[in-house]
Write a protein that binds this ligand. Structure first.
Ligand SMILES: [Zn+2]
Length: 105
């Protein structure tokens, strides 16, 4: 019956190993220290979407104060709005093209 006991022992050690690695993975997170007292602590922040300068996390829109960055942001916003309109307009045109001959006939 020694073989059976060995197997049970093996299973027990495997379970212990699995739960150990699980604990390690959970505790790791981003790898950055969470306390402000640590020397490598990085405060929560975001970056200017244009020049990547660190800015306040609550900064809206996510750009720094530079003029070229706000210009670039305006440009992107305008482009985004155009795409949004196009996204709604394209299916509308398709539906119109599909139903107009039916309505007219
Ligand atoms: Zn910037």
């Amino acid at each position: 019956m020694g073989n059976k006991e060995k197997l049970a022992d093996q299973i027990r050690s495997n379970v212990a190993l699995a739960s150990d690695t699980e604990k390690k993975r959970k505790g790791k997170g981003t790898g950055l220290p969470k306390s402000a007292s640590s020397s490598s602590y990085v405060a929560p922040h975001r970056h200017c979407v244009v020049c990547h300068t660190p800015i306040s996390i609550k900064h809206e829109p996510p750009i720094c104060g530079e003029k070229k960055c706000s210009d670039e942001w305006d440009n992107r916003e305008r482009q985004r709005k155009r795409w949004t309109i196009l996204l709604y307009l394209a299916p509308a045109i398709m539906v119109a093209a599909l139903f107009l001959p039916i309505v007219l006939s």
